[in-house]
Ligand binder design. Structure first.
Ligand code: 4NP
Length: 154
C-alpha cells in the first residue's frame, strides 16, 4: 500500500483538488487496492468543511469528484503516510516544523517539482482570485499527479 497525503493551507481548495485528481487517475488505472489518498491543511481553520464550491465545480466539469472533508495536518501524519505532498513553500516550512525524525523530512515533496511544463515554483492559492486560478490549480495538479504516480510506482 502506498499512502499519500496532500497538504495546503485551508484544505478546501488545492489539496482537495490534488486528492480528487489522484483518486481519479488511480481509478482509471484500476489501482484502488494499491493506494490510500487523503488531504489536510496546516491551518485547521476550515475543519469539517467540504471543498470550496468553486473548486468542486471546476473539478466536476472535468469529471472529477472532490470527496475531502477539511482537517488539520497533524504530526502523526508522518507515521500514517509514506509521502506528504505540499502545494507551496509556506506549507513546506509548516510541515517541516512538525517533523520529529530525519526520515520525516524526506517524505515531504513539493507538487511544483513534478510539474515541469509550468514555470510556477508553487501551486498558487486560488482562494481570493477568479475562475482562471481554479483551472490553473487543476492543470498543475493533473500533471503533478501523473508524474507522482510514475515516481511512486518506481
Ligand atoms: P487552500 O486555499 O489552502 O488551497 O485550501 C485557501 C483556503 C482558505 C484560505 C486560504 C487559502 N483562507 O484564508 O481562508
Amino acid at each position: 500500500m502506498i499512502k499519500v497525503l496532500f497538504v495546503c493551507l485551508g484544505n478546501i481548495c488545492r489539496s482537495p483538488a490534488a486528492e480528487g485528481v489522484l483518486l481519479h487517475l488511480i481509478r482509471e488505472r484500476g489501482w484502488e487496492d494499491k493506494y490510500e489518498v487523503d488531504s489536510a491543511g496546516t491551518s485547521g481553520h476550515h475543519d469539517g468543511e467540504r471543498a470550496d464550491p468553486r473548486m468542486r465545480t471546476h473539478a466536476k466539469a472535468r469529471g472529477i469528484e472532490l470527496p475531502s472533508i477539511s482537517r488539520k495536518f497533524l504530526p502523526e501524519d508522518f507515521r500514517r503516510f509514506d509521502w506528504i505532498v505540499v502545494m507551496d513553500n509556506s506549507n513546506y516550512r509548516n510541515c517541516l516544523k512538525l517533523a520529529s525524525h530525519e526520515e520525516d523530512k524526506g517524505k515531504i515533496l513539493k507538487m511544483a517539482d513534478f510539474t515541469p511544463s509550468f514555470s510556477d515554483d508553487e501551486v498558487p492559492d486560488p482562494y481570493y482570485g477568479g475562475a482562471q486560478g481554479f483551472e490553473h490549480v487543476l492543470d498543475m495538479v493533473n500533471e503533478g499527479c501523473e508524474n507522482l504516480l510514475k515516481k511512486f510506482n518506481g
